[in-house]
Design a protein around this ligand. Structure first.
Ligand SMILES: Nc1ncnc2c1ncn2[C@@H]1O[C@H](COP(=O)(O)OP(=O)(O)OP(=O)(O)O)[C@@H](O)[C@H]1O
Ligand SMILES: [Mg+2]
Length: 381
């Protein structure tokens, strides 16, 4: 087939070949067994393999071992549904892990049977860097808020230490107290001091944890930890807003695979939004519940964050996830919380849903694929 361009006849097949070969994203095809049957120039360039080498490899060799189970599942799904878009990781020849968005379609033969896949994979490193800056900024803002609460929390044990040491000094200076009583009193005050010191150590250790670098990681995460970390960071806001928290979640039960900081950021924003939405409410209750769910044959955790706040009208719900959409006063909200949350969840092959009615509170539901080692299949929570 020919098209006319600049007065010349160009073979469209050659044109497509050239477009695909020089496409700015990686393009590859695999056969039924996952053997790479085609790869374009960007694929060899970014992964550091020669074209011949890649064509002798199986696609599974390009993934880090810990996501191979998910890869197999994705491969099965794409064969069934004909197309799929996922976030994943490729490992380059030098070991560099490249976060990618892979869009795959299935090419069928003349009889409608699976022939091969056609995948376009976009290098997400730049995007991730931007996002990580954003998350870090959000996290620093949250830490600022946490510091207010910590200053308050440190005050009580500190006062106890100061009082105990003052009284102990007085005891040591007085000559008319019997030895036995002196020993008993000293032991009591020493106990108060060490208990208070332990409380303060606990607080400062957790604070140090929160100042940790935002480093992209893909590892098993317990939702219990991320949810409790987010509640801890917002503790001051929750207490000063008289918000009652109900969170009957059990540790080591709800495992997911992903980046702990990023997932924590999702909950941090949902909880902060819930507190803001309940500022004028009579009943202020924030509840977090997790249940298991099956979606496209995969097991998910359905995590519902419910508030008794002002609720959101249908009109407003359309705009909510758009970047920079905020109803909060200047300096209080940037309108990036929910759009960031949505993209983080998409990267984790999850999603976020909203169920709300004006005046009746809101429920944001976070769906994340369950990670087996932390999520025994037999248990339903
Ligand atoms: N639980 C909720 N109840 C009522 N309205 C909500 C709730 N959560 C979010 N919203 C509305 O959605 C808007 C967007 O939320 P989002 O988290 O994206 O941004 P923000 O909270 O305004 O600012 P940021 O999160 O960047 O500090 C909010 O301004 C608020 O109007
Ligand atoms: Mg927000």
């Amino acid at each position: 087939m020919f098209v006319k361009a600049n007065g010349k006849q160009i073979d469209t097949l050659r044109l497509f070949d050239s477009v695909i070969e020089n496409f700015p994203d990686m393009i590859h095809s695999v056969d039924e067994l996952g053997n790479i049957v085609y790869c374009n120039r960007m694929m060899t360039h970014l992964l550091g393999y020669g074209e011949d080498e890649l064509r002798r490899m199986n696609i599974r060799q390009l993934y880090p071992p810990h996501i191979l189970v998910a890869v197999e599942k994705g491969f099965r799904e794409v064969k069934q549904t004909g197309e799929k878009c996922v976030e994943s990781l490729f490992v380059a020849r030098d070991g560099t892990r490249i976060p990618v968005e892979i869009r795959t379609v299935v090419i069928h033969d003349d009889h409608g049977a699976f022939a091969q896949t056609f995948s376009i994979s976009r290098d997400l490193r730049k995007l991730k860097e931007l996002q990580s800056d954003l998350i870090h900024a959000g996290r620093l803002a949250a830490i600022g808020e946490l510091a207010t609460g910590v200053a308050h929390d440190l005050n009580n044990p500190l006062t106890a230490v100061i009082l105990a040491s003052t009284v102990m000094k007085k005891l040591a200076d007085s000559h008319d107290i019997p030895q036995a009583e002196m020993r008993e009193q000293t032991a009591l005050f020493c106990e108060t001091i060490s208990e208070s010191a332990a409380t303060m150590e606990h607080i400062t250790t957790r604070l140090r944890d929160f100042a940790r670098e935002v480093k992209e990681e893909h590892a098993p995460v317990d939702l219990f930890d991320t949810i409790h970390d987010a509640l801890f960071i917002l503790d001051h806001r929750i207490r000063s807003g008289n918000v009652r928290v109900k969170c009957p979640i059990v540790k080591d039960t709800h495992g997911v695979l992903g980046d702990r900081n990023q997932i924590e950021q999702v909950f941090l924003n949902l909880f902060a939004n819930a507190c803001d939405a309940m500022a004028q409410s009579e009943v202020r209750e924030l509840s977090v519940e997790i249940a298991s769910d099956i979606q496209n044959e995969g097991r998910f955790w359905r995590c519902a964050v419910r508030d008794t706040g002002e609720g959101i009208s249908q009109d407003e719900q359309q705009r909510l996830f758009k970047a920079f959409h905020t109803t909060k006063p200047r300096g209080k909200g940037t309108g990036l919380g929910l759009s960031t949350a949505r993209s983080i969840l998409k990267q984790h092959n999850g999603e976020i849903r909203l169920d709300s009615e004006r005046g009746k509170g809101s429920t944001f539901t976070v769906m994340l694929p369950a990670y087996a080692p932390l999520a025994p299949a037999a248990r339903e929570h």
